[in-house]
Design a protein. Sequence first.
Length: 402
Amino acid sequence: MGTHKWLFAASAILLIGAPACGGGDQNQGPQTLQMYAFSSSPAEDAALNAAIAAYNKLGRHTVNLSLLPEYDTALQTALAGGQPPDVFYVNDNKLPDLARAGALEPIGDRMDNSADFHESLVKSFTFDGVNYCPPKDFSTLQLVYNPDEFAAAGVQPPTTWQELATAAEKLTRPGRPGLAMNPEFYRWGVFLAQAGAWPTNDDFTAMTMDTPEMRQALQYVADLHRKGHAATPAAVGTGWGGEALGKGKAAMTIEGNWIVGAMKTDFPNVKYAVAELPSGPKGKGTMAFSVCYGVAKASSKRDAAIDFVKFMTQPEQQLAFTKDFPVMPSRRSLSDEWLSGKTELKPFVDGAAYARKSVFVPGFRTVIDTLNDGIQGLAAGNRTVDQVISTTQPAGKDVLGK
């Protein structure tokens, strides 16, 4: 985690060999643990290495870190071969597949003060009622905008859908929309949540695309694009919303707190501010994204691995780990201290209280792909809301059974 890039990860991992037998470490005394992680930024890599070095100095166990550029492939190969790393990053959208495959030791409830983790994040790493792993940190989506353009247009941060539509119109210039956002569920989903819509019911047993609330949400965003007041980043010659904002190709975007590092590195002279997304017909809504520390069920060193994960999720380590880059601590008790000196990021933290998790069930990736195809058509103006619903609803029924 730490940039926007991992959000566009490929389809879920296919797994796995049988887990090893036994309940704890087969050998007593100090253990040598293998950890797999993906690299997201130099700052996060340095923080992770520093945390591991601090743990290793305690002398209880030793952790060897592998930062892997082709993370999903390497993890899949290790799991399938029956020789997984003892500890590894698990993206929230991969959790259901790994849990169903029996790849994870359930450790979420074994952490110190586990009730301190944000509830929305715990839900992201819970499958079939089992809390599998503690969240490392998290991000949410909010409205990021250029305050100078807002001032020039006489626009205040919008608090309702109508205010957002009006602001987008006022901020639009010929060839340049007011709002730029990626055409995908992981951005448009905030409007679904604000309308009280979602692709499935809460327990993922039935599709719920065919509702008035879903139609209202999709049509609202489609109309912004139809009028030219919103556009995709690609339509303005950029790769994502942060680049569109940084290059002045839009006055607003919907992105996560990873945008902070990108703006600092790529557009240091561009002013930006953050506001909570406007409320929809059913109130506030955003999406949470997270990574947890998974412990392999097949590891023979699970007790040592759990000891290490407890160390990594204790408050002092979480604050140290998130100090120099803009992911947020997953413990609620740390929010105020983390915000000290960067109160402008408070909307991202506040989003944790009402964020929807971006996790469904094993095999649902194909349904999201179908929905994304429809959303791209809505943004381009060559698809109707009814067409999107009529293709996504049956695609989901094929996975869920109803």
